[in-house]
Structure formats: structure tokens, C-alpha cells
Design a protein around this ligand. Sequence first.
Ligand SMILES: Nc1ncnc2c1ncn2[C@@H]1O[C@H](COP(=O)(O)OP(=O)(O)OP(=O)(O)O)[C@@H](O)[C@H]1O
Length: 340
Amino acid sequence: MTLSNISIVKESQAPLLQVQDVHTTFNIKQKGTYFWQKPDTLKAVNGVSFELFAGETLGVVGESGCGKSTLARTIIGLVRANAGSIKFGDEEIVGASKKTMRIKRKDIQMIFQDPLASLNPRMTVGDIIAEPLRTYYPEMKKSDVQDEVRTMMKKVGLLSNQINRYPHEFSGGQCQRIGIARALILKPKIIICDEPVSALDVSIQAQVINLLQDIQQEMGLALIFIAHDLSVIKHIADRVLVMYLGHAVELGINEAVYGNPTHPYTQALMSAVPLPDPIAERNKVIQLLEGDLPSPINPPSGCVFRTRCPIADSECAQIKPVLEGTLDHRVACLKNKVEL
Ligand SMILES: Nc1ncnc2c1ncn2[C@@H]1O[C@H](COP(=O)(O)OP(=O)(O)OP(=O)(O)O)[C@@H](O)[C@H]1O
């Protein structure tokens, strides 16, 4: 999908996935507490909303611990949301029965960060890729399963004669291709890629990203692509969601978020992205974030970024900003707003 036609698509098309005010918390027992003491509540995802359209790539960025993986795991049903709504088409996923979740999981698959760790070392590559097919279609003939697996292996750039090998016999990049083949075998509509290339050598990263993009085009997939590397997101994403301490602070098309970052947190993040022009790169000012990331157990009142924000005032401690703006660009800030 090209960037320029995103708005047109958004106006004419219902979202494939609609995430509305989702909260996911974990109960944490601090060291040294007694068994009768109540656990603390860690707010990993704190009221996040966004939508995902068919065929698009939504990049999710934010510093470590801001809740990117928990958001992904909530969408796929690996952890339960405490509140909010996640609609896949017309179907509500939050609070859905195991049976409904099982059906939906066929359409939403995930690729994980550490390719080798995410593959069962005792299974052959063929069995790893075939496993989802066998689970969802137990009546499928063995030879048909094998054919599907071989086709998928070819599609992701693996040799089909490697079907009986074990994960440890493959490089990191090849293991990620196995993970991609496994995620694709059920022909899902959405793939959530959680830092899929950050454990790989730089030279291999581009190959895996290009593979994902080719497959996305061919199969019309929507991707949610989580990454630390802002240059990767700039390259791959149609739209970008910026998260801070469990909150969505900015959401917009790539051109808007990278070209006109508006939330002070996004501005600080984007100031670290290398510029192609060497003179501009030499002269640019990187905005360093001061202070530590607050604890998600006890987040600041009002705007969660205010304790590190260069433009926050007393109002920011009182009022919690929500995402506001246009379809193409929304920002959750009381001071910096998107021009309407
Ligand atoms: N299973 C869990 N139990 C308790 N706390 C958790 C659990 N999973 C995540 N957390 C906490 O939730 C918060 C968000 O973590 P999460 O892994 O979602 O962030 P992230 O943005 O994906 O970080 P990273 O980029 O380092 O993977 C963190 O404070 C983390 O310690």
C-alpha cells in the first residue's frame, strides 16, 4: 500500500482490527512482601486505541518496557485484557470464549523476536511448520500437509529438502524464515511481528524485512510491526503508533509522524533518527530525554510523559490527554496539538 492512498482507503474501508481503550495489567508481588499483602498492579497497556486496515503495516515504537509486546500478546490472546475492546471484523475478542479465540487465532498470527528460542528444538522444521495445519485441520491428508509445507518453505526462501532438519541446523535468519512459514501456513489476515529482526545480523535484517514485504503484497496481509529501530519502522510502516508507559501518545501516517512529530516524546525519539543528508545530520540537535522512565506500577497523574517533558506545566498533572486530531495524525498532548 502506498502512503498517499491510506486516507482514501481509511475513509472507504472498515478496519480489520479495532482496538479501543485496551488495558492490560499484571499483578506483581514485590520482594520482601508477606503472602497476605495485596500484589501491586502493573499497568503494562493503559488505554490504547488504534485501528488496523487490511493490507497495511502499522509500526509500533517506544522505549523498552512501554508495553509493545504486551499489546501484541493481548491482541493475539496470549494475555487477557482487563478492559476495553478488540474487534476483529465484527467479532469481539476481549472476553471471548476459548472456542472463539481459537477460531480468531487462525487469522492473527505472530512472529517472535528470538527465532531459535521460539522453535521447538525437538521437532523437525517440517513438523514445526505443519503443526498449526494439523491442529486446525486434523482431517487433512498427510501428503497434502507435506505439500503445503514444502510450498510455504519455498515461499520463504528455504529449500524444501531441508524439511527433516532440526532448528539448530539453521542460521538465525533461516530460523526466522521458519517462524514466518509457520505463521503463514494458515493463511492469516494479520501478522504481528514482535521485533522480528532485532536478534539478527544487520545484513540479514534487510533480507527478512524484504521477505515480509513481498509476502505481505502477495497475500494482502496486514502487519503490526514492533521495533526499537526507528529507521526500520520508517522504511516499512504505512502508519506509526508511538507508545510511552503503556499509552498511545501519537498515531499517524508515516509521513506525519516522521515528518511532523508533534508529541514531545515522539519529537525526542525522532531527533535520534539518522538523516540522509550528512550536513543536516551533523547539525541536528538530538533531544535527550531527562530522568528515568517512571514505574508502570505507579504512573504519573495526568499526562504520563509530564515528568520528562520539556513543555509540561501544572495542567499536565491534572488532565490525562487523549489521542486527538485527524484520521491521518492524532496526538495525546495538552500543549502540542495537530492542526486541524
Ligand atoms: N508476564 C509479565 N508479568 C509481569 N510483568 C510483565 C509481564 N510482561 C511484561 N511485564 C511488564 O510490563 C511492562 C511492559 O512490558 P513489555 O514487554 O510489554 O514492553 P516492551 O515495550 O515490549 O519492552 P521491550 O521492547 O523491552 O520488549 C514492563 O514493565 C514489563 O516488566
